[in-house]
Each structure stands twice: as C-alpha cells, then as structure tokens.
Design a protein around this ligand. Structure first.
Ligand SMILES: *Cc1c(COP(=O)(O)O)cnc(C)c1O
Length: 461
C-alpha cells in the first residue's frame, strides 16, 4: 500500500514544561539599560525567548535523566566513566578519553601539552575560546577557511571547508616545528554553523599526513556536521549518521568536545585521542586543572547522561528535528526579506547586520545595536558576533573589524516549538520595517583585557 506524504512532526513528546513570561516594552527598556546594553548581563526571567546560545541549554531525555539516577560518584574508575569511555570509543573510534568540565577546559588541557610560544595553529575560523587559549600562549591562530565563507549571500554547501592550498602554504612556510597540529571545527561555529564536507576532511587529513602534522577536531557540533554530509554529499545519502561520524573521525588524531552542544547535556566536555603518548602528556594537565583522569571536572551522573546524549545526538530522527527547526526559522525570515546568512547553518540563524542596519557606523557596533533592539522589541535574546566579539588585536590593541557583522540566534536543542520560531520571525519583520530609523549605536564604557564580549559595558550614543 502506498501512503501519501504526511506533514512533518517531531519524534518526541513533552514530559515536563517550564513557564516563561512575556514582559512589557517598558520593563525591557529598563532592564537592558541596567544591564549596560550587554545581553549577557540580563537575568533569564527578563528574557522571553532565549536564543543567546545553544550551549548547555538543551532539554535532556527521559533516558538521560534515568542515567543521572544511576550515576556512580566514585572518585576513581567509576562505572559512569567506563560507560562514557566505551560510548566515545564506539562512536568516534578514539580509545583515550579525558573528561573535562567543558570545551574550554579541554582546550586548556590539550594546548598546555602541545602549544608553545611562537607556534602557528591553522584552522577554519577558530572558535573564540579556542583562539583565546592559543593567543594566551603567545601562539597564532591562522585562519585557512575558504574565501566563499565570507560572502553571506553566496551559496556554498560546505562553507566551513578549509582551503587546502592556504593550509599547505602555511605548512611550507612554518613547517612541522612551528605547527603542533591543525584544528578543524565541525560544524564551523564562527562561519555560521557551516559544515565541512567529508571530501574536505579527507583532503585536509591527506596534507596533514604528508607533512606529519596531527589533525584534531573541535567537535562541538560533529553530529550536525554529519547530518549535513548525509543531506548534501551524494555518496553519504544512504549511510547512517553513526557511520558518517565514524568515518569523519577516522581522518583525525583526536578531538576536543564541548559536550554542551551535541553531547545533549547542560555541562561537560572531553578530549578523545588515538595516541597514548599525547594522552599521557595531556592527563598531567587534566589532573592539575580539571580533576582526576576518570572524572576531570564532571560528576559521575553527568558523564552517564553525556554517554546517553552522544548516542541520541547521532540518531537521524533527532538531528532532522533539530536542524530542520533551525531551517524553518531561516526560511520564514527569508520569506520576509530579512537579511540572513546563507546557507542556513546547523544550530543558529545569523542576521547580517551589515545589510540590516548599514546606517549605524561600524565603530558604533551595529550588530550589537541590532541585538539590543531585538530584545527591546520582542524580549528575544541573541548575541553579537561582530566587532565586540572580535576584540582588540593583542599587539596593537586596536579594535579588529571582522568581515562579518552578525547577530546570532542560536536555537536550543529540543526546547522551543515552531510557534516560538514564528514569534521570532514576526518581531524581526517589524524591526526590519523600522530599520531606517536606526542611525546611532553604542560606545564602550568598560572592557576587560580578553574575551570582552561577556562583560563589556556600553552606553547609547
Ligand atoms: C562551545 C564551543 C567551544 C568551547 O566550549 P565550552 O563548553 O563553551 O567551554 C569550543 N569550540 C566550539 C566550536 C564551540 O562551539
């Protein structure tokens, strides 16, 4: 019997709900002023729809909550650690596991073992904490992303790809002595959650092998990357997500993971490695900074929930509901002519502030101005990924003006419905219709020496 194609419906139902409250325009204007126009300083009850980040904001499943109850809190060699180690090895193929409290903990531990002053770390638009951990060690993060990634109107199915020629030029120029490893971020967060193709991963791996340089994945969204490979790379159409993931990681020497993303947990991270010598070097720093080797800053129950989360995140049905919800919002915005980065990435929508509010000077942080307006009008919290986040040059201390001025609307996993997405779209439609009135932005009144976007304080010009 042949059935018609019925509409899409999520492969889960809701067991617990949490109340959220809509505020008034007057309340929000007062709150955002008190927060010094920094959305990180708002209290969560002041936010109606929170799209600040998809990091650690997802909803866990009943199976994960069940594993929380089974957590083994032994200091050394807990069952929960064994469960996580077996799961990571089964999914990634990497046998050596180092749990950490979150992704940047993993960066700190691995980079303490491998990065020294003057080193060059090539990659595809390094994530902000990754870059900060490199620069803190007086090394340089070298961006080798393909040029197409910088054109937000240009369609390319794999905008996270590395330009292999740029990479090989760097290898020739600096050599193995100055390049301890390459870091490939999947999906590429800074480029807009854009995936890296299996073909590119293979090519990058081949040049790395040719020059004897290890390849590590910054794998926060590896499952979403695998979903895009399945959808966009013909040879992978009939493969399971788990098969694709296994093949991706087979090209590398290890991974850093912020489990707050595709680990489907609220806190956690890890390093997974193929090579025992690197593992031995890194665990020294894990014990120093994170915790004993079999927990590294995570409780047993959290390692258990992460093990279950990694399995759930690498199921097609889950990934389809996740990535297609992000696309649903993207398509609604495109219908309304709101300028969004193309193509839509895996975890977030990126509003293109250069096209949205070109009337606000860049020195006045136009993307931040747009993010504040979205909160003021709709109680929706996004985040600036533009001049404020790009921070100052560590040597000259001048503002760095990135090619892209974006506002990211990150969608938490399994949290909001498509009605929430419709609300966001309508608010943006209204702001877009009034955009010509926006002429001035903000100036900085306080900023810390690094990672300024978290604590910067602003005033209206
Ligand atoms: C989130 C993230 C990190 C840092 O992880 P935290 O868990 O936030 O410390 C590193 N790299 C990428 C690509 C990320 O998305």
């Amino acid at each position: 019997m042949h059935l018609p194609e019925f509409p899409y419906a999520e492969p889960y139902k809701i067991k617990t709900v949490e109340k959220i409250r809509r505020s008034t325009l007057e309340e929000r204007e007062k709150w955002i002023k008190e927060a010094k126009y920094n959305l990180f300083k708002l209290k969560s009850h002041q936010v109606f729809i929170d799209l600040l980040t998809d990091s650690g904001t997802g909803a866990m499943s009943d199976e994960q909550w069940a594993e929380i109850m089974r957590g083994d809190e032994a200091y050394a060699g807990s069952r929960s650690y064994e469960l996580l180690k077996e799961t990571v090895e089964r999914i990634t193929g990497y046998p050596f596991l180092i749990p950490t409290h979150q992704g940047r903990g993993a960066e700190n531990v691995l980079f303490s073992a491998l990065v020294k002053e003057g080193d060059i770390i090539p990659g595809n638009m390094h994530f902000d904490t990754t870059k900060a951990h490199i620069e803190l060690r007086k090394a340089t993060a070298l961006d080798c992303t393909i040029d197409e990634a910088y054109d937000t109107e240009h369609y390319h199915p794999f905008k996270g790809n590395i330009d292999v020629n740029k990479l090989e030029d760097a290898f020739k120029k600096y050599g193995k002595k100055k390049i301890p490893f390459v870091i490939l971020t999947v999906t590429c967060n800074t480029a807009g959650g854009q995936p890296v193709s299996m073909q590119n991963i293979g090519e990058v791996s081949a040049v790395c092998k040719k020059y004897g340089i290890p390849l590590y994945f910054d794998a926060a969204r590896f499952a979403e990357n695998a979903y895009f490979i399945k959808k966009r790379e013909r040879a992978y159409k009939d493969k399971t997500i788990k098969e694709i993931v296994k093949e991706m990681f087979a090209y590398g020497d290890g991974m850093l993971m912020s489990a707050k993303k595709d680990g489907l947990v609220n806190m956690g991270g890890f390093i997974a490695l193929r090579d025992e010598a690197t593992y031995r070097k890194a665990i020294v720093y894990n014990i120093l900074y994170e915790g004993f080797v079999t927990y590294g800053g995570m409780s047993g129950r959290d390692m258990g929930a992460l093990a279950v989360g990694l399995d759930e995140a690498t199921e097609f049905d889950y990934l389809e509901s996740r990535v297609e919800q992000v696309h649903y919002l993207g398509l609604r915005l495109m219908e309304l002519d709101v300028p969004v980065q193309q193509p839509i990435g895996g975890h977030a929508i990126y509003l293109d502030a250069n096209r949205f509010v070109p009337t606000i000077p860049r020195e006045q942080f136009r993307a931040q101005a747009l993010a504040v307006e979205l909160y003021r009008v709709g109680g929706i919290r996004g985040v600036e990924i533009g001049t404020i986040m790009a921070d100052r040059d560590p040597v000259t201390r001048e503002n760095r003006y990135p090619k892209l001025e974006l506002v990211r609307l990150a969608i938490p996993r399994r949290v909001y419905t498509n009605n929430h997405m419709n609300f966001v779209a309508e608010v943006l439609k209204y702001i877009y219709s009034t955009r010509h009135e926006a002429k001035t932005g903000y100036r900085i009144v306080y900023e810390p020496p690094i990672l300024r976007h978290f604590t910067v304080e602003l005033e209206k010009i």
